[in-house]
Design a protein around this ligand. Structure first.
Ligand SMILES: [Zn+2]
Length: 195
């Protein structure tokens, strides 16, 4: 816990916005992630952010070499089980699917995603055959939620979009639909910050 706090403080000194041609996303999972979900999560985040021109690189917490510069790093902590197994439905559905920390009005490169809440949400939109590709849909949904948080970080703003991935709330159907784009207005918002 202490190590994480120190890491966070180092990152505060080196904000992400303005530095990006590429961004490294450090993924920290509470419990083992389904491999099908992990692959899809990365692919979906990249697809959503493709039009911004941003390149994403990925590393797991256990593989990360902390002696490297952290200036282009975003840490994402995944709480709960990032897999579509038969975990019981949540009794308490309140609260966001994910959130990003901020300090003095600046978005910090540190987000948390509740895999249990995401799974609970998408179950409402899943039917028969969807369960055969459950991990893939779970990864897709988490990838969209992560992309939403990255938009906050990259635009250094709590502002939401009118349509697409950056809108205020993503419905269960939005999360698993074949495609959910980043609205052009949000692409522009980010592209401006990246230069
Ligand atoms: Zn948001």
């Amino acid at each position: 816990m202490r190590k994480t706090t120190l890491f966070l403080l180092l990152l505060v000194a080196a904000p992400v916005v303005g530095l990006c041609e590429g961004l490294t996303i450090l993924l920290e999972f509470d419990s083992p992630v389904a491999s099908g979900a992990l692959t899809e999560l990365k692919k979906e985040s990249e697809t959503v952010l493709k039009n911004t021109g941003l390149q994403l690189a990925w590393t797991l917490r256990e593989d990360y070499d902390s002696s490297k510069s952290a200036s282009d790093l975003v840490i994402v902590k995944f709480k709960g089980h990032c897999a579509m197994e038969n975990y019981p439905a949540l009794l308490d559905e309140r609260g966001p699917l994910a959130w990003t920390y901020s300090s003095d009005g600046e978005m910090l490169p540190y987000s948390e995603v509740s895999c249990d809440k995401v799974r609970n949400s998408i179950r409402k939109a899943m039917h028969g055959g969807d369960y055969a590709v459950g991990d893939k849909l779970m990864g897709r949904a988490v990838g969209r939620v992560l992309a939403h948080e990255l938009v906050h970080i990259l635009s250094n703003s709590k502002q939401h979009g009118k349509e697409g991935v950056a809108k205020t709330a993503l419905s269960p159907t939005n999360l698993i639909a074949e495609s959910l784009k980043l609205d052009e207005a949000d692409v522009l918002r980010i592209s401006k910050k990246l230069k």
